[in-house]
Design a binder for this molecule. Structure first.
Ligand SMILES: Nc1ncnc2c1ncn2[C@@H]1O[C@H](COP(=O)(O)OP(=O)(O)OP(=O)(O)O)[C@@H](O)[C@H]1O
Ligand code: SF4
Ligand SMILES: [Mg+2]
Length: 389
């Protein structure tokens, strides 16, 4: 499989009054085209900061202090990547919601309470697909306008200008006239048509009626579907879902996950899924990354991670869940995620690790290959690989 997006040694800090929160310490992960990648770890481990850094939506007092976020939009593997951390804010705005979309836990914060659902979905098309919609409207006009009608031909020339050079001076002169108002109306109508189409695609019944409603008229599950519709409007290459189902009751959660699985095959290329629920990971993901205190400690294909977890933290996480614990090993992880203003030296997991050795306090374990597509950052494995060589 070819890479879609990867972080290399990503470092993000928060400069607070209490000190510098070292939230991400050289996080390197890769999501391939077509892959559903799950990111797991206890609360405060850095999952959200990782994806927000990838999208460049970290706000003050946070700052991305190092690393790269390489994006490979073509899926032939040979295309050169662009480093998202080096792009202008304008480029990022164009990418967000188009090539990469993100949905969060709380649909209410993503939806505008005073705009109809249809308008909100349509906004995405008006922002990212104006050119494409303009071309389509002009083509439709070509089919319907008789060449012999000079008035309509002038109108079409004006529309063509509006589609290709919206900043042209002559359009400013006409901006308040019904002529250009009718162009805006046509664009708006096309965006609304597409909005209803995508709402219906998400198996939402009575899409036309739903498009006319406002967020407060919809249930939590329905609102999250609309958020997904907005995120998927432009067929993104990557959908990032940060705890997108954790506020919903179990039945609705299962419906939304089924929907994502279905859409993943039809519409989206890859999904980066953040969840606390290892059951969801086992059922939906191809690969899994386990984070602890700002580090990625293990990455593997989902089957390998659940059958042969290597990192002591991954093992502890699995042993805390009855469905995944090895027989007789069900237990919670002692201690807490450390304060990242003063994280433990060496391996950040060492104060809680039963296998810790003296080196673990002094040095940072680099990521080591322990199997096919299986990487672990732990001295238990670096030493073994050294012994072998
Ligand atoms: N705005 C902020 N100011 C200061 N520290 C922050 C800020 N946002 C995040 N952090 C810190 O960054 C670290 C990682 O937080 P993050 O939100 O990524 O955790 P998470 O793994 O997503 O947790 P959860 O599962 O609870 O959502 C935490 O130590 C958190 O306190
Ligand atoms: S590096 Fe050491 S402390 Fe860290 S997980 Fe491995 S054994 Fe435990
Ligand atoms: Mg989070």
């Amino acid at each position: 499989m070819s890479k879609l997006i990867e972080t290399i040694d990503l470092v993000t800090n928060f400069y607070t009054h209490e000190g510098v929160v070292k939230a991400l310490d050289k996080v390197s992960l890769c999501v391939d085209h077509g892959c559903t990648f799950g990111l797991v770890g206890e609360s405060g481990c850095g999952k959200s900061v990782t994806v927000r850094s990838m999208m460049r939506i970290i706000q003050e007092p946070g700052k991305i202090d190092g690393g790269k976020v390489l994006f490979y939009p073509g899926n032939n593997g040979s295309e050169t990547a662009i480093d998202l951390l080096q792009q202008s804010e304008a480029t990022m705005k164009a990418l967000r919601g188009d090539k990469i979309s993100m949905i969060f836990q709380e649909p209410n914060s993503a939806l505008n309470p005073i705009m109809s659902i249809g308008e909100q979905v349509a906004e995405s098309f008006l922002f990212h697909r104006k050119k494409e919609m303009s071309q389509q409207i002009l083509m439709d006009m070509d089919a319907s306008i008789s060449k012999a009608n000079p008035l309509k031909s002038i109108l079409k020339a004006l529309y063509r200008l509006a589609a290709t050079r919206p900043e042209a001076l002559i359009l400013k002169l006409f901006s308040k006239t019904p002529l250009l108002k009718s162009w805006e109306n046509r664009l708006h109508k096309e965006a609304m048509r597409r909005a209803v189409e995508i709402i219906a695609k998400l198996s939402i019944p009575h899409a036309q009626d739903i498009a006319r409603r406002y967020p407060h008229n919809l249930s939590g599950g329905m609102k999250q579907r609309i958020v997904i519709a907005i995120a998927l409007a432009c067929n993104p290459l990557l959908l990032i879902a940060d705890e997108a189902t954790s506020n919903l009751d179990v039945t609705i959660q299962a419906q939304i996950l089924d929907l994502l699985k279905d859409l993943k095959q039809k519409v989206i290329s890859s999904v980066l899924l953040i969840t606390h629920d290892l059951g969801i990971v086992a059922e939906t993901c191809d690969r899994v990354g386990v984070m602890y205190a700002g580090n990625l400690c293990e990455v593997a294909d989902v089957k390998d991670l659940f059958s042969e977890p290597r990192h002591p933290y991954t093992r502890a996480l699995l042993n805390a869940v009855p469905r995944f614990a090895h027989e007789g090993e069900l237990e919670s992880i002692e201690g807490n995620v450390p304060n990242l203003v003063n994280p433990p030296s060496g391996c950040r997991f060492h104060p809680r690790c039963r296998d810790a050795k003296s080196i673990c306090k002094d040095a940072f374990p680099e990521s080591t290959k322990v199997g096919n597509n299986h990487q672990v950052a732990c001295f238990l494995y670096t030493e073994k690989s050294r012994e072998k060589s």
